[in-house]
Design a protein around this ligand. Sequence first.
Ligand code: UT7
Length: 332
Amino acid sequence: MKTKRYNAVITGLGMYVPEKILDNAFFERIVDTTDEWIRTRTGIRERRILEKGATSDLAAKAAEDLLKTKNMSPDDIEVIIVATVTPDMFFPATACLVQNTIGAKNAWGFDLSAACSGFLFAYQTACSLVESGTYKNVMVIGADKMSSIVDYTDRNNCILFGDAAAAILIERTEDNLYGHRGSLLKIDGSGHDALYMKGGGSLNPPSHETVDKKMHYLYQDGKAVFKVAVRGMADISYEIMKKNNLTPDDIAYLVPHQANMRIIDATAERMGLSKDKVMINIDKYGNTTAATIPLCLVEYHREGKVKKGDKIILAAFGAGYTWGASYLIWGM
Ligand code: UT7
């Protein structure tokens, strides 16, 4: 069955990171940790923190950066998908708030919740909307204000996360040489109790008790997640390579979710890729959840390191569990 009428290609990029930096020395002062432990166990040196405002502010700034760079009117955006686990509020969707802020008066849209795989799932969704011919363009924004759900007394987790947003525009093209080639995406809800935020939803509506029990913070069993993340991200990245008959020489870049440098290294090793073929900025931003992959794409593209025709694999693993990989040929 032929479901693809057009090719979907990334044609626009934007990003926003807040100014305030929390370095490892800051965490040495507030919890029992060391710069050395954080660097060697995670690869993180700094993260950005949004002092005032919410996720929609981060997302809108990334969207505005994209529009300005592309010299595009917000009127021309057809769909906005915001991948996030830190929406401004349960409803309305962050996509609505972003639409209003940037004045995209002809767009519809929605939020997508898949934690650290959120961008990847939103990217595939957007490509499908464009490939079917239903829409000419979709803006995908990965945005998270992780500092709003991090317990800064929990040394296991507070050192890991930062705030950021990045946006891509996906457009249709009849040119078959560039663009999205396909994804392998998975969920496994048996991992729901290893990484979650239990309070505030219909299971545990907000109460004094949920606050006292710190249920409005992110909880992670780091060791358990680490084991499945290493295997999950490495295996699926290898699988998408094989499925598309790609050798390590064919691939210009792996763009991995930035949760832990050791998970990234294991994935690159399984794929047979040298370090210069892996996009990395975890040292500067930590884990920004839905923003990590597009943030890498924007930075590397702006540094002139990505060129038209480059074969690129995106890969992520996150809460749920959710994970996956996408293969695309760069067309900008
Ligand atoms: O993005 C979504 C998916 N999430 C991930 O992929 C994250 C996966 N997990 C990880 O990246 C790692 O498991 C962490 C970075 C969270 C932890 O690293 P680890 O090497 O797995 O450490 P661990 O949890 O096994 O802890 C080792 C030791 C423990 O002490 P004991 O029990 O051996 O005495 C921890 O209490 O390190 C201790 N520890 C710390 N020490 C100094 C934990 N956090 C810290 C800290 N500073 N911040």
